[in-house]
Design a protein around this ligand. Sequence first.
Ligand code: FE2
Length: 313
Amino acid sequence: MEQAEIVEQPVVTRLNPALGAEITGIDLSLPMHPEQIRAFRGALDNYGVLCFRDQKLTEQQQIAFTEQWGLLEDFPEENKTVSASTVYNVANVSAQGEHLPETDHRVIFQKVNALWHTDSSYRYVPAYASLLYGIEVMPDDAVGGRTGFSNMVLAYEALPDDLKSRIEPLHMVHSYEHGRRMFASLPPLSNFEKNAVPPVSHPLVRVHPDGRRSLFMTANAGNEISGMPLEEGQALHRQLVEHVSRPEFCYFHKWKKGDLVVWDNRTTLHKAEVYDMGRYRRVFRRTTLAGEGPVLGPYSQEVVARAKCPSVK
Ligand SMILES: [Fe+2]
């Protein structure tokens, strides 16, 4: 692929003290120089969420931009995507342009995402980052419909020491089927889907290659903590969900048409703010970057080995 010269340095502006940056002055439909992608990766490490304004991206251009970062995830679900299997349509509008009723399971499915979560946490290797492009957005004066983000590094650091010690050895169970438990009107998973994404568990405390720690949890793919009695674990889960919702960790993004928002699924949670789905049309297109390895916790062998041998990065 021909690489564009970097003629203009994009402008990066912090959006919120907790997380998020806005990036202007770059056209993502053009091929990127590898240095530019490296700079975006660094910015995502720093800010957790990047909003590229004023983009005009066809589906193929969004896929091409995403592929320059790394491997894309395929979606395990049947009948949730149109065209490429690496594209996920987050919309209350059908592929034919029909505004779907709130009873349609494709719309109900989005309500599952109104709870804090990190994408693909139900996989053994969860996603690295998600890229969501605003095609049809709500008017500026509409209420709701923002996407909330919460910084899990800050949330972890703010926990009291006794709670940090308590959760250090624990894992959380993540299950794609959990949404079906909460919304009984959703169609059951097919046998294909059940086998594609069986329940998994991940450490509740995630240790990153640079040594940072963060909470790694979900409210839409589970509420069970392994390693403790069921009800005690669910109470701890409720406490942590309340904790990550604290305003000082959060940024709520109000969408403009042409925004491409990229978030780091390793260090942030997100959720869809409720809105009047019967009144407003909303169409987003998501591509997702696959994770680069399983979630490592304080007791994971790789982390322990790294700690014993500091020269190993
Ligand atoms: Fe999501």
